[in-house]
Design a binder for this molecule. Structure first.
Ligand SMILES: [Zn+2]
Length: 267
């Protein structure tokens, strides 16, 4: 009984994390008797092999069903920030979003030569309505998170780098007097985690204002022509860049903080 519960827990966790991982685990269990040894390490290696093959096949099959993978290994204008997102099958978007994100990244690379735009969490490869946790809305291929552009404390642009290993949770501090609509709100049911304990671990970089301003300007202007309908970011970031209200949208106080990334979505 305990064993069934343990496998159930692993299958649910892998499914929530990677979508196809739970099925790969089930397949590994079904084929276990083919293994030469019953040692746990042998089984884990066997599972890793099945999962890798399933991930490779997924990257070939998902485009036939309407979601394409963002580039994992090329260092062109647009790149997935860490291969981990590709390994976990979290880098899939609709072809329309792929082309909008590429157009955006190309524009940034033309305006600021050599600039790489980094993609963070996108969507899973299959099934509309299957959310990519903890991003509840990333469930249809039309949503993508982009990393902010950073400069270090000496003012050097950190191309292709993020402040935290995953690109998330290293929040930019609002400047004094900037809009902070959630400041005095404390809600129990919220995905707005501040993770104060984590912040000292990240380098003390700031946003790179020129690229950030151009990015938000393009996304909310030319981006419309590419099908981009919403751009979410914390209001204090466009405010400090001197951008007018209404350029971008605020995601609300229940959703995750958006001063560690930009969220875009297409129609
Ligand atoms: Zn998002």
């Amino acid at each position: 009984m305990l064993r069934v519960l343990r496998h159930g827990f692993v299958i649910v966790s892998l499914t929530l994390l990677t979508q196809i991982g739970g099925l790969a685990w089930l397949l590994a269990l079904a084929l276990r008797r083919l293994l030469p040894s019953s040692r746990r390490l042998v089984f884990l290696i066997f599972f890793a092999g099945i999962y890798s093959v399933a991930t490779f096949i997924t990257h070939q099959v998902a485009p036939l069903l309407g979601r394409v993978p963002l580039p994992c290994f090329t260092a062109e204008s647009l790149a997935v920030s860490t291969p981990l997102y590709c390994m976990l099958n979290r880098n899939f978007v609709t072809p329309e979003l792929a082309s909008a994100a590429t157009a955006f990244a190309d524009h940034m690379a033309e305006t600021f030569p050599g600039t790489t735009t980094l993609a963070l969490d996108a969507n899973f490869p299959f099934v509309t309505g299957f959310p990519l946790l903890p991003h509840l809305s990333h469930d249809d291929g039309r949503k993508l998170d982009l990393a902010l552009y950073y400069e270090d404390s000496d003012g050097n642009f950190r191309n292709g780098e993020t402040r935290s290993p995953l690109g998330y949770f290293a929040f930019q501090h609002p400047l004094a007097g900037s809009p902070q609509p959630c400041k005095d709100r404390r809600r129990f049911l919220t995905l707005r985690w501040d993770m104060i304990w984590l912040q000292p671990l990240f380098p003390d970089w700031d946003i790179e204002p020129e690229r950030m301003r151009e990015a938000l300007r393009w996304l909310s202007n030319e981006g419309h022509g590419q099908g981009i309908e919403k751009v979410f970011i914390e209001p204090h970031i466009p405010a400090r860049l001197g951008m007018s209200d209404g350029v971008t949208r605020f995601q609300g106080c229940r959703a995750a903080r958006h001063d560690d990334h930009i969220h875009i979505q297409v129609r």
